[in-house]
Design a protein around this ligand. Structure first.
Ligand code: PMP
Length: 393
């Protein structure tokens, strides 16, 4: 069929999650489907005060065009935090403020990927990255995640047999699986990537949200050739749409060109509001509140799963982030489970969209725990368990 649309749109799927969310937004549905931070925890008053302050004190500037790199004091804050929290020495000039880390993915893909280039991804993997990269028509090479991170042997083999340019990873509290790479896996992955001279794209959207276990260094701590991505979405508020990319200067030069072409610069008012908020408030105190709330919800969800789920269903117990990953017995389809569950007014995201191979991951699913209250969690998990029993018995 003749089409007026560009070839690149042919292979880019509509986000299945967005489609599901349309169904699940009805008020009677208990939804574990979204990936939303809990809005009760947004620092609304403090952000309102910050917004009022920058507008009353500096409206002529905050409403004006600004620099492509982003507001320097904000980049300085991020750089200081990397030093304090991660022991990373990153110069503000190596940081680009983006319109959320989703834009970071687009810019990185734009700068690196020609049609047909190989990109190594985790399976299951973050759907938004797969979609973002797909626009540039790469070949995805999948490497499975194990309980403690990427399968190092398969990563090595995959990189030996290809000329991949990028390895995209969410090594901490991954979306969708909740899995976190152990320190050994981080070191191991860094070594393999170094050996094959492959750039690591480390998406650390959830890294600050650890409510159990010990902190682990970033992959960037072990591999200089890493592009590190961060976001304010999960620690402040996603609606302000601010994230960032850290990259060395040859890469940053290209990213800046791509950023300029895309939108000149990120929303400057948002940058100023967030920066003012960070100056006037203790972000660690705020993050602690989020971690407490999410940690207790995770505990509750996992307890309810242990109580209600039938035999043969396994699930991750993430030490942070927002998601639990469930594996049904082989041959049991989470799409079928979704059809049953939605009739019971419970929603989740079936796992197959998180795989790039058609049909893979059909017995897996993602549950979000950050955005439901405990009574909803119990009732939702109980109903889900009834549906599971129907399918597995
Ligand atoms: N990366 C990962 C792993 C995510 O889960 C998300 C949001 N769901 C994003 C990036 C995009 O986040 P944002 O654009 O709000 O920073």
């Amino acid at each position: 069929m003749v089409t007026i649309f560009a070839d690149r749109m042919e292979n880019t799927r509509k986000s299945f999650i967005r489609e599901i969310l349309k169904v699940t937004q009805q008020p009677e549905i208990i939804s574990f489907a979204g990936g939303l931070p809990n809005s009760a925890l947004f620092p609304a008053e403090e952000l309102a005060a910050a917004a009022a302050k920058v507008m009353s004190e500096d409206a002529a500037n905050v409403l004006q065009y600004s620099t492509t790199e982003g507001y320097l004091p904000l980049r300085e804050f991020i750089a200081r935090r990397y030093l304090e929290k991660n022991g990373l020495e990153i110069s503000p000039s190596e940081i680009l403020i983006t319109n959320g880390s989703q834009q970071s993915l687009d810019l990185i893909a734009k700068v690196f990927l020609n049609k047909g280039d190989n990109v190594v991804i985790e399976i299951p993997g973050y759907l938004g990255a797969i979609q973002s990269f797909s626009i540039f028509e790469p070949e995805f090479l999948e490497v499975p995640l194990l309980d403690d991170g990427i399968d190092i042997d398969i990563l090595d083999k995959t990189l030996s047999e290809s000329d991949a340019k990028l390895f995209y990873t969410v090594p901490t509290f991954q979306n969708p699986s909740g899995i976190t790479y152990s320190q050994e896996k981080r070191v191991g992955a860094a070594r393999i990537l170094e050996k094959h001279r492959v750039v690591c794209v480390e998406d650390n959207a959830y890294g600050e949200l650890r409510f159990a276990g010990e902190d682990v260094p970033t992959i960037r701590n072990y591999l200089e050739n890493t592009i590190l991505m961060g976001s304010f979405s999960k620690i402040i508020a996603p609606g302000l749409r601010l994230g960032w990319i850290c990259a060395n200067s040859p890469i940053m030069e290209k990213l800046l060109i791509a950023k300029q072409a895309a939108d000149l610069h990120s929303n400057y008012l948002s940058q100023r509001i967030i920066c003012q908020y960070l100056m006037d408030n203790d972000i660690d105190e705020h993050i602690l509140k989020i971690k407490d709330a999410y940690g207790s919800r995770r505990d509750y969800m996992v307890d309810m799963m242990a109580r209600y789920f039938p035999e043969g269903i396994s699930y991750t117990k993430p030490e942070g982030g927002m998601f639990v990953w469930v594996t049904l017995p082989e041959g049991v389809s989470s799409m079928d489970l979704f059809d049953l569950a939605i009739k019971e007014n419970v929603a989740f995201v079936p796992g197959s969209p998180f795989y790039t191979t058609e049909g893979a991951g059909d017995n897996t699913l993602r549950l979000n725990f950050s955005n439901s209250d405990p009574d909803e969690i119990e009732e939702g998990i109980r109903r889900l368990a009834v549906c599971m029993k129907k399918l597995t018995s």
